[in-house]
Design a protein. Structure first.
Length: 182
């Protein structure tokens, strides 16, 4: 039994390290994107045109590019927040009892953070399309609405974390009752 608990703690430490590394990578990409946005907005505008498959004649103002950067920054902050909540949950599990009310609360919090991010991903497409079409002539403006497997996966992962956090909370209550009984 103790061997299994120690293995679970070890896996939690590994997951914490993996999430910390992933958070660092996200922060590096965001920092690079922000630096490029302020350093070479024309390159960023062309990159956006290429990625959104817009006509080459489309041109963006610097304010539009910075609005897009701000929208992506908000979403990146939500991803980092969700990752940090999950990292803290694994940290709590690795240090203390695997089943505790604090780890359950943190797992539920990370699930909620990922759910907020999944909703933001759905809302990002119309927002980005509106921002992109600001500089387009009347008659060429558009609003795009999309829902992909990435958003669906985000909802499934967040729901799983919320349910798992609730199950951990119930298990923590049962564990506390057993400790008092013995």
């Amino acid at each position: 039994m103790n061997d299994r608990r120690e293995r679970a703690r070890s896996l939690s430490r590994r997951m914490e390290a993996l999430i910390l590394t992933l958070t660092g990578v996200v922060i590096l990409f965001v920092a690079y994107g922000l630096w490029m946005t302020w350093d070479d907005p024309d390159w960023v505008g062309q990159f956006i045109i290429d990625k959104l498959a817009l006509p080459d004649s489309a041109q963006f103002s610097i304010s539009t590019i910075r609005l897009l950067a701000a929208a992506f920054l908000v979403q990146a902050v939500m991803v980092i927040w969700a990752l940090q909540a999950l990292r803290r949950a694994f940290h709590e599990i690795s240090l203390h009892d695997i089943v505790s009310t604090k780890s359950a609360r943190l797992v539920r919090l990370s699930g909620l953070a990922f759910l907020v991010n999944a909703i933001a991903m759905v809302l990002a497409a119309p927002l980005v399309s509106m921002i992109v079409s600001l500089d387009m002539p009347v008659g060429h403006r558009f609003v795009a609405i999309s829902f992909s497997t990435a958003e669906l996966l985000g909802v499934i992962v967040s729901g799983t974390l919320i349910v798992f956090g609730h199950l951990l909370a119930v298990a923590a209550e049962v564990d506390d009752e057993n400790k008092r009984f013995v």
